[in-house]
Design a protein around this ligand. Structure first.
Ligand code: ATP
Length: 455
């Protein structure tokens, strides 16, 4: 276990990995810590943080979320950021330290709440809590959102900084708990999460889609509320977790009023979180050849060969990265926009592409900006032999074709012309809202509208 924090001070608490694929939710556990604060007379300083980490981590449960909040004795003006267990959660912009004994009691009680709220004992639940009297260096966040981090590295950092920590299982939860405290919190959006009453968890959710759409029309800062193309409501999860709905916004202030416009089953509690969602923080500008497994990149690419449509509507396209290394990119069907845009490209076209990889080196596209398009021409294919029906082979550019069966020759003009795919103008294209990752760069409204209009 780590050392005790130095002296008394305000206290940062980071938590992670309290849930399993069968249920639970680390954001809900954080609301329990806010409740504990109210019970113990310990105030929330600043906003609770919901921090998404590397989206390519294979052992994440769902959205790779970690949570943090800072506590102390609040001073000066305060703002309402939620309601938990019938009490208002206030956020103070400033605060003084907790006396040392009080800080010790609070972190022990917080760990007990984490254990009570965690799905401990279920596979893949390795809860952790980090308590520290200062924010950890931002570098810890950048590594956790962009790379695969080893737990030993994080423990060494926590020890160097005199953090107090507790963990169960694989101890992996420490990675997220520490990263949530290290997040600089500058490129931000907000999410108001409303939770279900305990007896309803596991039953079908009741959230009125029309009221969500009306709220989104009324407050233009809300985003990813629904997907007009797939007609899916995006605010409510489909798992057995206690979340009823989450409203994402580029501004904090409209969220409480927007929540009141959503008609739904009873809301047990709600909290507004400061988040790194839609920040694109996971993307690094680098060549694909320099991108390690389970990480993401954005780079200028040149189309190397014709795209091919595969099973399920996915489209694969061979590219060169800026260092001239070949890379195959795949645009998945659920993103709707991307396969159609990619299918329209021809060798020599230039684009800025971004996306992620797992162990295999294929680039899974998350977005594309078409930069320079060559004049379109229909793609030609060798014709079928008019005598025996077999596919002919090319004899080289401008030299025609020959049937491998009967050896009959055909002139270059005999080539079959493939249908020309629809054109997409130079510009930026993002996945349809229902296929976007939490961290995905927020699509500018104009690009989104254009993509919708094109189909
Ligand atoms: P939910 O979104 O529902 O809260 P989750 O997707 O956040 O679930 P977790 O149960 O938190 O999934 O599991 C993710 C695990 O991966 C945590 O233990 C976390 O500490 C760890 N982790 C997060 N980022 C990294 C990283 N960059 N490298 C290694 N491990 C990481």
């Amino acid at each position: 276990m780590g050392k005790r924090p130095r002296g008394g001070g305000t206290i940062w608490i980071g938590i992670d990995d309290t849930d399993s694929p069968r249920g639970g939710c680390t954001t809900w556990v954080l609301t329990e810590l806010l409740r504990l604060g109210r019970e113990e007379g310990v105030d929330l300083l600043g906003e609770p943080r919901l921090v998404r980490l590397n989206p390519n981590i294979p052992w994440k449960t769902r959205g790779n979320a970690a949570l943090a909040a800072r506590f102390g004795h609040g001073r000066g003006p305060r703002r309402k950021v939620g309601e938990v267990a019938g009490r208002t959660i206030w956020s103070y912009a400033e605060g003084g330290p907790l006396p040392e004994a009080e800080g010790r009691r609070f972190r022990e009680a917080a760990w007990a709440r984490v254990l009570a709220g965690a799905r401990t004992g279920e596979r893949g639940t390795d809860p952790a809590l980090v308590a520290i009297d200062h924010r950890l260096p931002a570098e810890g966040y950048w590594r956790a959102v962009r790379e695969v981090v080893a737990v030993g590295q994080v423990r060494r950092l926590l020890d160097e900084h005199g953090a107090w920590y507790r963990t169960r299982g694989s101890r992996r939860g420490l990675i997220g708990a520490a990263a949530a405290i290290a997040w600089p919190g500058r490129r931000v959006t907000w999410e108001l999460i409303a939770y279900r009453t305990a007896e309803r968890v596991g039953r079908e959710r009741s959230v009125d889609a029309a009221s969500v759409r009306a709220a989104a029309r009324r407050y233009s800062s809300l985003f990813l509320c629904d997907d007009p193309r797939t007609r899916r409501l995006l605010v409510a999860p489909h798992t057995d977790c206690p979340i009823l709905f989450g409203l994402r916004s580029t501004r904090r202030s409209p969220l409480p009023a927007a929540r009141e416009r959503v008609r739904s089953e009873p809301v047990d509690r709600w909290v507004v979180f400061r988040t790194n969602q839609a920040s694109g923080d996971h993307l690094v500008d680098r060549a694909w050849a320099e991108t390690a497994p389970f990480s993401s990149a954005r780079f200028r690419a040149t189309v190397r060969d014709w795209p091919t449509a595969g099973a399920g509507g996915h489209v694969r396209i061979p590219l060169f990265d800026p260092l001239g290394h070949p890379v195959d990119a795949i645009a998945f069907e659920p993103t709707k926009t991307l396969p159609r845009v990619v299918a329209s490209l021809i060798p020599g076209d230039r684009a800025l592409v971004w996306g992620s990889r797992g162990t295999d080196p294929v680039l899974r596209l998350e977005g594309i900006r078409l930069v320079r398009l060559l004049p379109r021409q229909a793609r030609t294919r060798p014709p079928r032999c008019a005598d025996c029906g077999r596919s002919t082979s090319s004899l080289g550019k401008g030299r025609g074709f020959r049937c491998p069966g009967c050896r009959r020759r055909f002139p270059p003009e005999a080539a079959t012309r493939a249908a020309t795919p629809p054109r997409f103008p130079v510009g930026e294209y993002h996945p349809t809202p229902s296929a976007r990752r939490h961290l995905a760069l927020r699509a500018p409204e104009s690009a989104e509208t254009r993509a919708t209009e094109s189909f």
